[in-house]
Design a protein around this ligand. Structure first.
Ligand code: HEM
Length: 125
């Protein structure tokens, strides 16, 4: 099929809108949380099995790399929650117009990051 539509393929100048970024991160955060479920189930089972198991789980969770992973998961939950509520509101027909949708996308993106910073601060205390 031939059309006369103009084609714009300057990839460096095509930007994903903020709603697209929030959408991709919503999927990424959902997948990260699903992958973390077996790890947390295993840690809980180990912690409940014996006092030594509890100590082993606690030691695992206190290592710096694992704490960093926990922070990423905290961000994943926050982003997924805020973006998910945004999608549910949009499904109800609320905030569908472009300016409001852009504002709510920026709000979900930045609010999740800001609260994650507070969580990071709390972890350092
Ligand atoms: C905290 C409250 C949560 C809310 C409000 C929420 C909301 C949503 C919504 C609205 C969708 C559908 C998005 C769409 O239409 O494309 C979705 C997808 C999904 N959610 Fe959640 N969710 C929550 C918690 C979770 C948790 C705890 C997990 C994992 C353990 C999870 C994993 C997923 C996955 C894997 C998808 C599919 C992602 C995709 O294919 O794009 N969600 N969530």
């Amino acid at each position: 099929m031939t059309t006369n539509r103009p084609v714009f393929l300057e990839l460096w100048r095509i930007h994903l809108p903020v709603g697209g970024v929030v959408s991709i991160l919503h999927r990424v955060s959902g997948v990260l949380m699903v992958l973390s479920v077996p790890v947390f189930a295993w840690l809980l089972a180990q912690a409940l099995a014996s006092p030594a198991g509890f100590a082993a789980s606690a030691a695992f969770l206190s290592s710096p790399l694992v704490r960093l992973a926990l922070l990423v998961l905290a961000w994943a939950l926050l982003h997924h929650l805020l973006a998910g509520v945004r999608y549910l509101l949009i499904d109800l027909g609320l905030g569908v117009d472009r300016p409001t949708a852009r504002r709510s996308a920026w709000t979900a993106l930045t609010a999740a990051l800001v609260v994650t910073l507070f969580v990071a601060g709390g972890m350092l205390l």
